[in-house]
Design a protein around this ligand. Structure first.
Ligand SMILES: [Zn+2]
Length: 80
């Protein structure tokens, strides 16, 4: 397969757009992650960390270990 100049130009524009979209998505993910960490730290400060925000029960340590920023126990997570 051969590509003429125009096709190459179009392809690299698409590439550039994809790279930009990926960078944006990653930035967004990082922001969301950061917000979740901030919220977790705030709950630690307030002594609320490790308790489900919906029912107030303890969140299983294994669950917290796996995802330290979760805010609900496994039962409440299943309900939503
Ligand atoms: Zn709960």
């Amino acid at each position: 397969m051969t590509l003429d100049q125009e096709s190459v130009g179009r392809l690299s524009r698409i590439d550039a757009m994809q790279v930009q979209a990926m960078a944006l998505a990653q930035q967004q993910r990082r922001r969301v992650e950061h917000a979740a960490i901030e919220a977790a730290l705030r709950r630690i400060d307030e002594g609320e960390y490790g308790y489900c925000i919906r029912c107030g029960e303890d969140i299983a340590p294994a669950r917290l270990e796996h995802s330290p920023t979760v805010t609900t126990c496994i039962d409440c997570a299943k309900e939503t």
